[in-house]
Design a protein around this ligand. Sequence first.
Ligand code: AGP
Length: 367
Amino acid sequence: EDLDLGGYPHYMAKEIQEQPESVERIIRGRLDDRFGVARLDGLNLTPRELRGFARVKILGCGSAYYVGQIGATMIEELARIPADAEAASEFRYRNPIIEADTLYIAVSQSGETIDTAFAVEEIKRKGGRVVGLVNVVGSTIARACEGGVYLHAGPEIAVASTKALTNMAVGFALIALALGRVRDLSNADGQRIIDAIRALPGQIKSILDFEPEIAEHAKTVAAAKSLFFVGRVRGYPVAREGAQKFKEISYRHAEAYQTSELKHGPLALIDEALPTVAIVPSDELTGRNLAAVQQIKARGGAVLAVTHADVDFGELDVPRIVVPKTEPELDPILLTIPLQLLAYHAALTLGYDIDKPRNLAKSVTVE
Ligand code: AGP
């Protein structure tokens, strides 16, 4: 890829549009249809070693941490291994318990984020095994890990990360597949996930085709001083990342909650001035998510839903951004894409410096 703007007004716009090709690159040569498995030779782990891990712990900062949460859910669902994600910036300061049968995964676009690099050192010092999910080849974190999966997203210039994050989420799907297929995931289920991964680039392209409609929604949400992003289970890290992107470049207060937690406090803040972006996928929680949307609407709050075509909103008058359905475990990958465009167009409407937002650096290499 060129490092010039190639006719786009901002690097962020260019990098959002590059996602179909960038996802093609991370999956190229890594999907094996004969056995319904992902081939990840760079992990440097034998099937026997992969099978021996009792837990997975994912470490990253900022958006990489939120994608790590998406990855943890994928690993739990596909491989049935207990998995969680933690901010590397906290992990390295809290004297973490390092276990020999835990697979640690450090996730980073730049490979130079100091908190993540120091978390890797802490794990290694205490005898843990750590692999990387990193974009920049030969970076500090990539070199420090004993193996890993390169993202192949290409150079990312905009401070607000987009294509690297999408490739991280796809990378976690590959890792979940590899871990699942040495355990209880069947060949048929492996193939189901492979087919869905292969369809992602085309599906991302179809979301990007809706940019003009998403830009209209962005004008409406940009008018609010503060907004909520809500989702639950698979949708919660999507909401966190959506709020993060919005904060970074539109400088609006955007707060993410689990939809299920609204009634335990934050619902008190809902009124005409505080809109909510709700992640409402078509899955086993659709009914509960719709009930929460109804509660927000009943309190005068506006809702913009990011959803699937078959979700029936009934009487609820809710503007929607509809994304294509994939396999439920992979839904977060596609649900996140329109939120990039929402943040981008909100910042454009507000006239801010999209590629270099105030107070932020592309990669945080000092404390
Ligand atoms: C993403 O939009 C942010 N700029 C930021 O949260 C970033 O993801 C974080 O600093 C981690 O960076 P890394 O992936 O290069 O480690």
